[in-house]
Design a protein. Structure first.
Length: 314
């Protein structure tokens, strides 16, 4: 299956209508209106930014947990928090520098560097701050790829372009099926087989910020889904001042943007630039959702009398 072709053929949806659809579905599943509205906006923002494995692709799972009576209780027992880059938008808008990290102590799919048994989840880490023009939104994981993308490719019978996994014996693989074998393989940390100590170190950083500081993590009995989340906000006005921050970071940004590219057709971008441009275009022209998202929502739609197709752009 050609993933690029399938994505280009996907229908376009109206962004506000998608928010209204997700809001209504979440409320029908039992989530209070203010929270449903916030979750709906967060998911659609993920799709607007192009992170389509962490936008409405998560809605069916959210609905299932809500129908079963699950809820986010405290920051150390959170549900999946969707696309981390979305939260960075608030940092850009409100003169903040935000650091956000997340781990799920109830599951594991990433082995430590040199090992073959999973200890970590992909353990994403995000950073966001504004510039005089635009801003920076870093949203990366300690693993080369994510569980969400691995699940999607396995369901579609696809493999990765490179060997981003290992099987249970430590042999490199591009087939996401190894994660489901018995015994299972694992995702490789960032850096892969040669420099995976970098991703391993990042995974430990996220574990310390989340499970360590929260006092709830892998030392505790599994409880189903239960992500542990860390958020730090730095007020730009409270340190050297916003003007001083922008003077320094605008200079760094300009040196990056003006850097001579390896390929003239691919100029150097700042993290998040592509997502912000994609968000602007999709807000105007329509949101292109991966075909698997509509299929994943069919059962819960039938139970609650809603149709994603009503949000199609016209």
């Amino acid at each position: 299956m050609n993933q690029a072709a399938s994505s280009s053929e996907a229908p376009l949806y109206n962004a506000p209508a998608l928010v209204a659809y997700a809001d209504a579905l979440l409320q029908k599943c039992g989530l209070a209106a203010p929270m449903a509205a916030s979750v709906a906006r967060t998911l659609v923002e993920g799709d607007l930014l192009g992170h389509d494995t962490h936008g409405l692709a998560l809605l069916a799972g959210y609905a299932k947990e809500l129908e079963a009576g699950a809820a986010s209780l405290v920051i150390r027992r959170s549900h999946h928090i969707a696309c981390l880059a979305v939260y960075m938008l608030r940092a850009l808008q409100e003169d903040m520098l935000m650091l956000l990290a997340c781990s799920d102590p109830n599951t594991a799919s990433v082995a430590p560097f040199g090992g073959t048994q999973a200890v970590f989840t992909p353990n994403p880490l995000a950073l966001g701050f504004g510039l005089s023009q635009g801003g920076v939104m870093v949203d990366i994981s300690a693993s080369i790829t994510t569980n969400g993308m691995s699940n999607r490719k396995r369901a579609a019978g696809e493999t990765f372009a490179e060997q981003w996994l290992i099987d249970a014996r430590g042999r490199p693989s591009n087939d996401p099926q190894v994660l489901f074998d018995s015994p299972p393989g694992t995702l490789l940390p960032v850096g892969g087989l040669s420099h995976g100590h970098k991703g391993y170190g990042m995974a430990l950083l996220v574990e310390a910020l989340t499970g360590g500081l929260a006092g709830h993590g892998r030392a505790d009995p599994p409880e189903g889904w239960g992500a542990t989340v860390h958020v730090t906000l730095h007020d730009l006005h409270a340190f050297g001042g916003k003007a001083a921050f922008l003077r320094q970071m605008d200079e760094v940004a300009e040196r990056c943007r003006g850097n001579a590219p390896i390929d003239p057709a691919k100029p150097v971008r700042l993290p998040g630039e592509g997502g912000l441009k994609r968000r602007e275009a999709q807000s105007r022209d329509g949101v292109r959702l991966h075909p698997s998202i509509a299929r994943s929502l069919q059962e819960v739609e039938q139970r609650h009398g809603l149709r994603l197709a009503q949000a199609l752009a016209r």
